[in-house]
Design a protein around this ligand. Structure first.
Ligand code: GA4
Length: 331
């Protein structure tokens, strides 16, 4: 007999049951990176949605599968073992608690910095997890995804007719680039119908503070984006492609021409979801301001001057769902 244990949902956010389930968003712009017109399509997608899907990328499938299997090994370990690789303060293993301001979700994760040396020995005590092989898998994956992100950002600059075309990509390539990598595991939410709990939040609605975010997930749905018309749409999963988000910093650098997209993840009642996300950020000392070449005529900046350090400091104190840019708007 299968004994059902009620999921401990007491403190977790739940979406109103009376809401109609969001429909699948089947018109997501799909960018084929091998096509010459991709630069213009990227600009269009960033303007319309702040979100798009990338196919024909050069990230080796082997890197993706290797990292996925390392992640599965890690997340399948007993909780007591995983907790030894935590807390995520800010880097390490985290469980249900997101950030430092009290947000929670039905998720466990590993958060890593891509430039400062992460202490992989944190994983050494976890059964079946070899810190060296998880380190190698993260490094291979992150290097390949960073290369693709730079290619996308260069095409973006070309599409915007900005010279030189490395204005954005040089920030990610900088050895002091403050980029982050996260592995999220959303366990299948057991028999949720049974307990009359629907649409439990895996990761609450938010925008990403960085320049660009690159997400790859297994074939489990859950990701939703908020469109300009105010409706949430589910993103059909595609394990062979990448999904790209415009982050807050890119919104500022384009003086609001691109909008960072609000997104969230709902738990899945049938399957667990595993996602890997690279957040490409600038060096801490970098000034985040609209690019002069993008300002038309008398157009003035919508934002006060600030560095990535200042923005990040303020963002990390905020609640997940907050509009973090409001504090930095001029008007
Ligand atoms: C959202 C994007 C990245 O996952 C992240 C998140 C960070 C965290 O998990 O610690 C934050 C969130 C993210 C924005 C607001 C603050 C900070 C949780 C949170 C409540 C790693 C990031 O850079 O910002």
């Amino acid at each position: 007999m299968v004994v059902l244990t009620e999921p401990d949902t007491d403190h977790l956010p739940i979406i109103n049951n009376s809401c109609k389930s969001p429909s699948f968003f089947n018109d997501i712009p799909v960018i084929d990176l091998s096509k010459p017109d991709s630069k213009n399509l990227i600009v269009k997608a960033c303007e319309e949605f702040g979100f798009f899907k990338v196919v024909n990328h050069d990230v080796p499938m082997e890197f993706i599968s290797k990292l996925e299997s390392e992640a599965i090994k890690f997340f399948s370990s007993p909780l007591s073992e995983k907790l030894k690789a935590g807390p995520a303060d800010p880097f390490g293993y985290g469980n249900k608690q997101i950030g430092q301001s009290g947000d929670i979700g039905w998720v466990e994760y590993i958060l890593l910095s891509t430039n400062c040396e992460f202490n992989y020995q944190k994983f050494a005590s976890v059964l079946g997890v070899n810190p060296e092989s998880i380190r190698a898998a993260v490094n291979d994956y992150v290097s390949a995804v960073k290369k693709m992100s730079c290619e996308i950002l260069e095409k973006l600059a070309e599409g915007l007719k900005i010279h030189p075309t490395n204005v954005f990509s040089k920030l990610l390539k900088d050895e002091k680039s403050d980029s982050v990598f996260r592995l999220n595991h959303y366990p299948q939410c057991p028999d949720i119908q049974e307990f009359n709990v629907k649409n439990l939040i895996g990761f609450g609605e938010h925008t990403d503070p960085q320049i660009i975010s690159v997400l790859r997930s297994n074939n489990t749905s859950g990701l939703q984006i908020l469109l300009k018309n105010g409706n949430w749409f589910s993103v059909p999963p595609d394990q062979n492609s990448f999904f790209i988000n415009v982050g807050d910093s890119l919104q500022v650098m384009t003086n609001g021409r691109f909008k960072s997209v609000k997104h969230r993840v709902l738990t899945n009642t049938l399957k667990s979801r595993l996602s890997m996300i690279y957040f490409g950020g600038p060096p801490l000392s970098e000034k985040i301001a609209p690019l002069p070449s993008l300002m038309e005529g008398e157009e003035s900046s919508l934002y006060k001057e600030f560095t990535w350090f200042e923005y990040k400091k303020s963002a990390f104190k905020s609640r997940l769902a907050e509009n973090r840019l409001t504090l930095f708007e001029k008007f």
